[in-house]
Design a protein around this ligand. Sequence first.
Ligand SMILES: [Zn+2]
Length: 308
Amino acid sequence: MKPAFAYLHHPACGLHEMDRRHPESPLRYAAVDKALRDSTLLAAANQMIAPLASHEALCRVHDDSYVTDIVAQSPETGYVTLDPDTSLNPHSIEAAKAAAGSAVAAVDWVMQAPGRRSFSNVRPPGHHAVRERAMGFCIFNSVGVGIAHALATYPIDRIALVDFDVHHGNGSEEMFAGDPRVKFYSTFQHPYYPHSGVPSAAANIVNVPLSWGAGSLAVRRAFNEIILPDLLAFKPQLLFISAGFDAHERDQMAGLNFTTEDYAWMTAELVKVANLTAEGRVVSMLEGGYDIESLCESVLVHVAALQA
Ligand SMILES: [Zn+2]
């Protein structure tokens, strides 16, 4: 039987824009949405407009004062700069709340029955956002909001987050380091932005730094020798993926040289773990990926593997 699949998105995610020349561009949302709609992958999908995350949901992983302050900074026109890479336009707060809200809604949907999986086509990405500030294109840590919602709402105490974005998920690590209910796995280029992740911050953090030019063999070895055995021992009851595709060989953002086939393979391996330990439940959130063509190609094989 094919797993039930949900596709979450929100129109504001196509309106948030930080600068006309910024690589984290609204085109990413539109192109991924079109690629999925032009494929057969949404034929049986439950398509949801993401709800906006509540203040309470955001404050499970962010400081109340940060959430209040950043919402108050939302401009009526133009931009507000948050850090050298990150800014707000009039649609950014709605987009960031929708991105985080998609994680909450995905958790609620996936937890209703075994064998459910989801993909959120949302932006801004979230995995660099820390408790008290935005950074690195990220405003709210969407996947963190989803994990905290799952822990607060459902009787589960083992959640895994696998982050294969080319950048280390420093915000996610910070939020859950030392929390034995969550195990965080991250492959990332090192040394590289945000210059974190080495060494791992706590026993529940499994960071696998990879060198420039690493390629397929290195990432598959990292999965086969470190991540997959550790995941199988941890036995997650729910599996999250911070699905960034900026390690692709055609993405100019960095230099890990993953291939489209690597994303299909990694996803299929994670689905196998979820089937063994989590009744098949997977919540996947889009993070980075800045070369539009390879981003779309990679999302298509990722979503296909989530539906296998
Ligand atoms: Zn990234």
